[in-house]
Design a protein around this ligand. Structure first.
Ligand SMILES: NC(=O)c1ccc[n+]([C@@H]2O[C@H](COP(=O)([O-])OP(=O)(O)OC[C@H]3O[C@@H](n4cnc5c(N)ncnc54)[C@H](OP(=O)(O)O)[C@@H]3O)[C@@H](O)[C@H]2O)c1
Length: 332
């Protein structure tokens, strides 16, 4: 496990030559994504940062980026408004980015929330959290892959539950649509595991891009309150009386989370490309220091999770990927 001191030392090497020159952040309007954007800007490097988000966050983000520009005038921020839970909107936003950019160094995906509460669908018929945490993330990746492939050390980082693959997933009802299929716990497991399965597929198809599925640990971002939760329900009370106090007590500091995520976005510890790293390299799901998907926890440890990933590859991957392609095909 790299210590926070080592991580800070590695991040201190981020400069105009080593920083992700062009990055796209989906989920950067709050929480872990926003904290990491701040840490990247604070390096002082010359960076162009696209922040994609819904209209309701626009004003907040304008103030935030103005403050960051005062610290780092070399950082350029480009806001793109988009309803990122929708596939059609994801496609539209990607078309805008493709028109503006030739290459992208980093795609950071962190939309979503703990799916506590009842099932709620987007106008496209997908459970909102599943769309945010899986489908639109894969769609952003597929659209932007040609630009990522043109970068020197391209990287896709999806923040959710990397390394936590422990359970079988529902492959008969991948979208948990059948009556009784959806629950908070099943949604949580399903969406996290789908991320690993989908990104593992892409990592094997596109070895010239570094793919990471990370688990941020507990960070006090208000994430557990974002689901479709009646505040007067048992779940509402449980969150208020138990979960939130626990998160407040045991979460890592925002600043530490930001540094750890910045390290994961930039260090050659994951895949060999990026900011030089003299420590032990992380191993991917292929048990290799380069190629394959990197499952990385909040401490910066890689977990190849070989037994569980092999089982998911054998039992679920081809079915999940075929289904994913069916869902995304109209938006590609
Ligand atoms: N925080 C933790 O302790 C923790 C632990 C494990 C896993 N995770 C997962 O890691 C990811 C990042 O976590 P986080 O704490 O940074 O999340 P967060 O701060 O709660 O929010 C992340 C992003 O999701 C967007 N979002 C939420 N609901 C949306 C909706 N209905 N439509 C469109 N956008 C929506 C937010 O947009 P707005 O800013 O516009 O609201 C924000 O950009 C999430 O998927 C989370 O579930 C978090």
């Amino acid at each position: 496990m790299p210590s926070l001191k080592d991580i800070r030392a590695a991040n201190a090497l981020i400069n105009d030559a080593t920083a992700p020159r062009v990055s796209v952040w989906v989920g950067g309007t709050s929480g872990v994504g926003k904290l990491t954007i701040k840490a990247l800007a604070e390096t002082g490097a010359s960076v162009k940062i696209y922040i994609v988000g819904r209209k309701s966050s626009e004003e907040r983000i304008k103030t935030f980026t103005q403050e960051l520009n005062a610290i780092n005038p070399k950082a350029e921020f480009i806001w793109i408004e988009g309803e990122v839970s929708l596939l059609a909107e994801t496609k539209r936003v990607c078309e805008i980015i493709k028109e503006k950019e030739f290459s992208i160094d980093l795609l950071f995906l962190s939309t979503g929330y703990a799916p506590l509460g009842t099932r709620e669908e987007t106008s496209e018929g997908l459970e909102i959290c599943q769309s945010l945490e899986y489908y639109t993330r894969i769609l952003f990746t597929l659209h932007l892959l040609p630009l990522l492939q043109k970068a020197e050390s391209p990287r896709v980082v999806s923040v959710l539950g990397g390394g936590l693959e422990r359970f079988p997933i529902n492959t008969d009802d991948i979208d948990l649509k059948k009556p009784g299929s959806f629950s908070s716990a099943r949604g949580q497991v399903q969406y996290g595991h789908l991320n690993s399965i989908g990104l593992d597929w892409l990592a094997n198809e596109y070895p010239d891009v570094t793919f990471m599925h990370t688990w941020p640990g507990w960070v006090d971002t208000g994430n557990v309150r974002r689901g479709n939760i009646d505040p007067n329900s048992w779940t509402g009370w449980l969150i208020w009386l138990v979960l939130e106090p626990l998160i407040k007590t045991f979460s890592m500091r925002d600043e530490d989370s930001a540094q750890r995520n910045l390290f994961q976005c930039t260090s050659a510890a994951f895949g060999g490309r990026g900011v030089p790293w003299k420590g032990k390299p992380g191993l991917s799901t292929l048990q290799k220091p380069d190629g394959g998907l990197f499952l990385v926890n909040y401490k910066g440890d890689c977990t190849p999770n070989t037994k569980n990933i092999t089982r998911l590859r054998e039992n679920a991957q081809s079915k999940v990927w075929a289904h994913t392609q069916n869902i995304l095909e109209p938006y590609l």
